[in-house]
Structure formats: C-alpha cells, structure tokens
Ligand binder design. Structure first.
Ligand code: ZN
Length: 151
C-alpha cells in the first residue's frame, strides 16, 4: 500500500511536470509587434486609411443634409469596410484585438443608425451617429502601433 502510494505520487509529479513543460510554450502570448507583423499591419492599413478619408467624405454629405449620397456611401464605398477592419483587427496583439472588434461593432451600429436616420431626414440623429462612428473609428486607429500607421 505504501509502495503504491509513493508510485502514485511520483506519477503525479511526472504528469504535472509534463503538463507544465508542454503547456507553457503554447500559453505564451506575444506581447510585442515583430517587424514582420508591422509590415503585415501596414498592408491591412491601406484600405483602412482610405476608409478614414471616406469618413470625411461621408461627414460632408451629413453636414450638407445630403441624405441620398449619405446612404449611397454607406452601402457603396463602405460595403467592404467591415471586412477590411476585421482583417486589421486580427493582426493586432491579443490584448487589443477584442477591443478592436468591439469598436468595429460600434462603428457599424452607428452607421446603421445613421443610415436609418438619413432615410428619415433626421438631422440631429444623423449628425450624432456620424460623430459617434467617427470617434469609434479614431479609437480603433489608436490601437494600431505607431510604426504601422501612415499618419
Ligand atoms: Zn460608439
């Protein structure tokens, strides 16, 4: 009995040691951007920088109460924006990725509400939803490492 117990506890030590040594490399999460990752982010930033200029164009339509162009812009040029922003979010560090995805959801719920308000010619709601979308877009760009952003 005593012998079995010591064998069991020895086995437990072996198993624990194996688990620790096997799991530690996979548990390790990168916490810095490698040069490779930075150049990958730069590639994904190209359409996102364009979309940032697109946000300014959209802002002009909203300011002019040009609801037709506002809605056309959201459905046209911004049609691939969610995909482009998601590609970018997936290249960020794990600690920033979840926040980036929340911000992308935020941007699109503001754009949906802007679209609905523009349809109703609602100046106040269109203006505030546009501003909220823009500030969430800026917050998303703030998560991008400085080395990878063009501006
Ligand atoms: Zn928001």
């Amino acid at each position: 009995m005593l012998r079995l117990r010591s064998v069991l506890s020895l086995l437990l030590v072996v198993v624990t040691t194996l688990l620790v040594s096997c799991s530690s490399p996979t548990v390790k999460v990168p916490d810095t951007y490698t040069p490779d990752r930075i150049s990958q982010i730069q590639t994904f930033m190209v359409p996102v920088e364009e979309a940032k200029e697109g946000m300014a164009t959209l802002g002009k339509f909203v300011k002019d109460n040009n609801w037709i162009d506002t809605r056309t812009y959201i459905h046209g040029p911004f049609g691939f924006l969610r995909r482009d922003l998601t590609y970018l979010a997936n290249t960020l560090l794990p600690s920033d990725k979840a926040q980036a995805k929340d911000l992308i959801d935020e941007i699109f719920s503001h754009l949906e509400r802007l679209d609905a308000a523009a349809k109703e010619n609602n100046v106040a709601i269109s203006t505030s939803e546009y501003r909220n979308a823009l500030s969430d877009f800026d917050a998303l760009l703030d998560l991008v490492p400085a080395e990878a952003s063009a501006s």
